[in-house]
Design a protein around this ligand. Structure first.
Ligand code: NAP
Length: 305
């Protein structure tokens, strides 16, 4: 029986693990797909406080894990397959294996939507990326394609234009979905170009992105343009399907949260699943800390520890 099981090992889950274990809770992290989560896919992290020289995403992830282990957090390198939060102790299955905990921190993050085109997986982290705030500086004086037509795509293009030599927004429809304020700003930025009714058919490059194959949906004409970066801004899917029926969520799977709290006593949420606005490593760490502290306080109110 664990005091707390943390689902997910991104910055929020690992910070929660560090705080919980340091607070003497018997703590297990069910890692999920990978230690570090999305940050493990980021080559260079240079906006995490205290590391002015920067470090790689995997390095930062390992440091977070080591820090949690130092205080006694346990790790299970597997993915949770099913939960039952009907009553305490809360139940989590990893395949056939049943785990039980008095409290839970859900830190499973979001999965960026993919285009599903050749080159995308192979070049992910090698020119294909999903966060301008994290990676824009790597594209100084380079040409970048941004895919999508929503607020994220346009905001990311504006951020990228501070560094890149040229940013091309490629959108499948003939008008943007983004708000007028962002669109106007992007249109007044000479480095940003727009290709409407156009899709990406292939991302080309051996070790890094070199070119992008495009197709105009109206004419079916294809073209290949040079680009060293492709930023995917086609939306995110929350990793919450497993919690349906146990935690309140809308039809898109976004959890109903109150800060890091849910309506379910002893079940907390940290990281991107409770933060639609900032989604930075440092803010994820903050919510992981908050979730662990809430879990500690809640456990103290329970009759048997
Ligand atoms: P979004 O609004 O869902 O937009 C996703 C975009 O990607 C849409 O233009 C969509 O095209 C396109 N798309 C989806 N699947 C695609 C595919 N397979 N191939 C090509 N294009 C595809 O997502 P978002 O832009 O991330 O925004 C999410 C939420 O965050 C929104 O509520 C937004 O307002 C908010 N947000 C706000 C700000 C801000 O205020 N500064 C910044 C970022 C995000 P279609 O248009 O054809 O559907």
């Amino acid at each position: 029986m664990y005091d707390v099981i943390i689902l997910g090992a991104g910055p929020s889950g690992l910070t929660a693990a560090m705080y919980a274990a340091r607070g003497k809770l018997k703590t297990l992290v069910v890692i999920g797909p990978m230690v570090g989560g999305q940050i493990a896919l980021t080559y260079q992290v240079d906006n995490y406080p205290g590391f002015p020289e920067g470090l790689t995403g995997p390095e930062l992830s390992d440091r977070f894990k080591t820090h949690a282990e130092k205080f006694g957090a346990e790790f299970l390198d597997a993915e949770a397959t099913r939960v039952d939060f009907t009553s305490t102790p809360y139940k989590i299955w990893v395949g056939e294996k049943l785990l039980e905990a008095k409290s839970i921190i859900v830190a499973m993050g979001m999965t960026h939507r993919k285009l599903g085109v050749p080159g995308e997986d192979h070049l992910f982290g090698r020119g294909v990326f999903v966060c301008a705030t994290c990676d824009a500086i790597l594209y100084e004086d380079k040409k970048v394609v941004v895919v999508g037509g929503g607020d994220s795509a346009v905001q990311e293009a504006i951020d990228l234009a501070k560094f890149a030599s040229e940013v091309t927004i490629v959108h499948r429809r003939d008008e943007l979905r983004a708000c007028r304020c962002l669109t106007d700003k992007a249109m007044s930025e000479p480095k940003i170009k727009f290709l409407y009714s156009t899709v990406v058919d292939e991302i080309i490059g051996e070790k890094r992105v070199q070119q992008v194959r495009l197709r105009n949906l109206k004419t079916e004409a294809t073209s290949v343009i040079d680009a060293e970066g492709v930023l995917l801004a086609i939306g995110w899917n929350p990793n919450t399907i497993m919690f349906k029926g146990y935690l309140d969520m809308n039809e898109s799977g976004n959890l109903e949260t109150f800060g890091v709290k849910t309506r379910k006593p002893g079940v907390y949420v940290a990281g991107d699943l409770m933060d639609m606005d900032y989604r930075q490593v440092v803010t994820s760490c903050g919510s992981g800390c908050a979730a662990a502290l809430e879990a500690m306080h809640w456990l103290e109110t329970q009759p048997v520890r």
